[in-house]
Write a protein of this length. Structure first.
Length: 755
């Protein structure tokens, strides 16, 4: 792989944007403070409080813009300074014998077997020696349905099947290396002949990768990227190496050491152990339903020997010096979600960096995951765009020493996890935890734990990992609600860590970014919702206010274009963010609920199932409430002559309506709301109002009867048509746009149908 750093506009552009944002915010703040002082001087404390609230909300939004611009500025500097290891350096690292062992852990819960297979193949074919891949299956060991049983059996077979595919090549390449080592010292003719053998072996390996790429079934864009990274590029690399070696042989530019390194790399390519582990089979391991405890259960066993025994009809895994079950240990762990794939050089590049002296205190190194390119659905593409921009944001955080562990993929030092490990009791058993599961964003909390122990975190500035983006709103809702749940719970721990920094400049800068990361979803969504919900005095909104957002959106649009999207997608990103306001606030409320009750939130796994994931009725209703609220508010503001506030509300209502139609879909909305309508209709019908009451209601006010008939047509039987129609009001509309004639026609039609 040749490192190609993305072209990024100069950091001076980001600095210019920061200057504009701060200047505009300062001018807008000065304007608002003048109004607040005037209100206080005139004892108008209500207006003063309103002005202070408005200024605070605007400052919260500007805070987010500044974090983005500052991160972008530092990202530009990191990209300009980045120098990745050369292919020669990586080859020396791989063949030197000093490369530490790596265990790739893939936690899985009720995943599609094909998704798991791609992830395991991507991990197994990493171009790195001394590696093992372990699938951590978290499904119930005794499935409740036949379908679940079949899925579990299929997932269990995957490690063995992949090993079977690689075993012949492992035998061939390791055998060739062993035979080469047994040969006596060679003259040039022997070296040339040996080189020709290796050239043919390289071509055969390239052909195997090409054939594997041909046999893979490509159903969507994620399959396309998987085949490209895992097979096609590997095939091309080995073909290029064969051509290069052939040229070197022609120039008599090879020796025994070089030929052995080629043999060794080929043998290492297919030398990998794959296995699976199920913690829920053992009563003495944690059964907490989350990814963190799935990982913790296996990490706690690494380096030990164990045996199984029965205890009161349940299976126990206990330590035993000569036990038949051995769990291999390794210095480095790669934590990889079951819907992610890695570039073949992910492991060697990150491990090589951790081996450098200046990175000896780095506990976690990662490349924040990118979205699979080429998504077909609009919601997946735009959500993926926000993911790709988040990659840039996290890279910038590293420049400010504020890296967060992002859990889809990461390489972790086991020593660092042992440094923050704790022991607790669960169901009467002592359970050792390395990655804390107090919140559903366990990687974020572990970041603060590691920093408190003096460890650092790093982002490698290359896109080497890709993860799935939810393809529909229902699945995206579950993912983003989980992301929003937990940040507020970690704030006290982060506050204590920052206080121990003693007010140092570096600690203050780190806190600036870390507090935003934990609170942004609460601050930004509450600020925007409040500004749209309440009619603030439009004198507070100076002309400087929109200028504070101009650099953010212009540079965001530019960054979208740079990573393969359209500049105008920034408008769709804004619409998606409006759509996610109820979702994000739902996650924030779950955090507050946990803080008040002490009960941990359930870990909401992102569904990865064929078809569409239905969205909860409450969230769909909330979206329409917001559209109606903002539209009504815009009309009221216009009626009162506050045209600026009216335009703000109307534009946001239009964006949200667009998001509902395009990101959820009209048909999907009807499907998601059907349970609500069915439930309401059932409840109304179950009341079965007596006919006499209905007749009385018809005489008092026929519109009431009409509503009851429409909700419960069965109750219309026996109603006197003449009395009902004659009793309708004789003048004026019954409601805006609803005339007596329209009501009469509809009422008579319904009554005739059921009499």
């Amino acid at each position: 792989m040749t490192c190609r750093t993305p072209v990024l506009q100069s950091s001076l552009v980001s600095a210019f944007g920061i200057a504009i944002t701060l200047t505009a915010w300062g001018a807008a703040g000065f304007h608002d403070l003048s109004l607040i002082r005037y209100a206080i001087k005139n004892a108008d404390y209500g207006r003063a409080a309103e002005g202070a609230a408005f200024l605070g909300l605007v400052t919260g939004l500007v805070y987010g813009s500044l974090v983005y611009l500052l991160a972008r500025y530092m990202y530009g500097k990191r990209v300009a300074a980045h120098r990745c290891a050369s292919d020669a350096d990586l080859n020396d690292f791989r063949t030197s014998g000093s490369a530490p062992g790596v265990t790739i852990l893939v936690p899985s819960y009720k995943e599609d077997p094909q998704v798991v297979r791609k992830t395991l193949l991507s991990a197994a074919l990493q171009d790195y020696p001394r590696r093992a891949v372990v699938l951590l299956i978290d499904d119930p060991p005794l499935p409740a349905t036949i379908a679940d049983r079949r899925t579990l059996d299929a997932v269990r077979r995957i490690p063995r099947e992949i090993e079977g595919q690689l075993a012949p090549w492992h035998t061939r390449t390791s055998g060739a290396l062993a035979a080469f080592d047994r040969r006596p010292p060679m003259n040039w003719r022997a070296l040339e002949a040996e080189g020709r053998l290796i050239v043919q072996l390289l071509r055969d390996v390239a052909q195997w990768f090409t054939e594997r790429a041909r046999l893979e079934k490509i159903h969507d864009h994620s399959d396309e990227l998987f085949v490209e990274l895992t097979f096609r590029r590997q095939a091309q690399r080995y073909a290029d190496e064969a051509a290069t070696l052939s040229l070197r042989i022609d120039r008599a530019d090879v020796d025994r050491v070089y030929l052995r390194s080629v043999y060794q790399r080929l043998a290492q390519q297919f030398d990998v152990g794959l296995s699976f582990f199920e913690r829920k089979r053992y009563v003495n391991l944690s059964h907490e339903p989350n990814k963190a405890m799935n990982l913790n259960s296996y990490i706690g066993l690494m380096g030990g020997r164990f045996r199984e025994r029965e205890q009161q009809g349940e299976r126990v895994l206990e330590a035993a010096e000569a036990g038949p079950i051995s769990v291999a240990d390794s210095e480095l762990l790669v934590v990889l979600d079951a819907d992610s794939i890695l570039h073949p050089e992910y492991t060697p590049r990150l491990a090589q960096r951790l081996g450098q002296r200046e990175y000896r205190r780095v506990a976690v190194i990662q490349t924040p995951y990118s979205a699979f390119p080429g998504a077909r659905s609009l919601v997946e593409r735009i959500a993926g765009a926000t993911t790709d921009i988040q990659y840039q944001l996290h890279q910038g955080f590293t420049g400010w020493d504020a890296t967060f562990w992002v859990g889809a993929n990461a390489m972790v030092r086991k020593q660092a996890l042992q440094d923050i490990a704790e022991t607790r009791e669960e169901r009467g058993f002592q359970i050792r935890t390395f990655i804390h599961d107090r919140t559903v964003i366990e990687d974020t909390e572990s970041t603060v734990d590691l920093r408190a122990r003096g460890w650092q975190l790093d982002n490698y500035p290359e896109r080497l990992a890709f993860s799935a983006t939810p393809p529909d709103f229902g699945a995206l809702l579950i993912q983003r609600r989980r992301w929003a749940n937990g940040g507020l719970l970690i704030l006290p721990k982060l506050w204590r860590y920052c206080l121990r920094g003693g007010g140092r400049g570096a600690a203050v800068i780190e806190a600036f970014f870390r507090f935003h990361y934990l609170t942004s979803l609460a601050i930004v969504n509450l600020a925007l919702l409040t500004l749209l919900a309440f009619a603030f005095d439009d004198r507070m909104a100076s002309a400087w206010l929109p200028v504070t957002a101009v650099p953010y959106y212009l540079l965001y649009a530019s960054d979208l274009r740079r990573v393969g999207y359209r500049r105008r997608d920034v408008l769709r990103v804004y619409a998606l963010n409006l759509l996610l306001i109820p979702v994000n606030l739902g996650g924030v409320l779950k955090s507050l609920q946990q803080a008040c009750t002490g009960r941990r939130s359930a870990f909401g796994r992102t569904p990865k199932v064929p078809g569409r994931t239905a969205a909860p009725v409450g969230y769909i209703v909330a979206e329409f409430v917001l559209v109606s609220w903002w539209t009504f508010g815009a009309a009221m503001e216009l009626d009162h002559g506050r045209w600026l506030n009216s335009m703000f509300g109307a534009v946001n209502a239009a964006f949200l309506l667009y998001a509902i139609v395009r990101f959820i879909g009209a048909r999907e909305v009807r499907e998601d709301l059907r349970p609500l309508w069915t439930d309401v209709s059932h409840r109304v019908r179950s009341l079965s109002p007596p006919r006499r009451l209905l007749r009385a209601g018809a005489r008092v006010y026929p519109l009431i009867a009409l509503v009851l008939v429409l909700l419960s047509p069965d109750s219309a039987r026996g109603v006197d048509l003449a009395v009902t129609v004659d009793d309708l009001p004789t003048h004026g509309p019954l409601a805006p746009g609803l005339t007596r004639e329209a009501v009469a026609d509809r009422f008579i039609a319904v009554l005739k149908k059921h009499n």
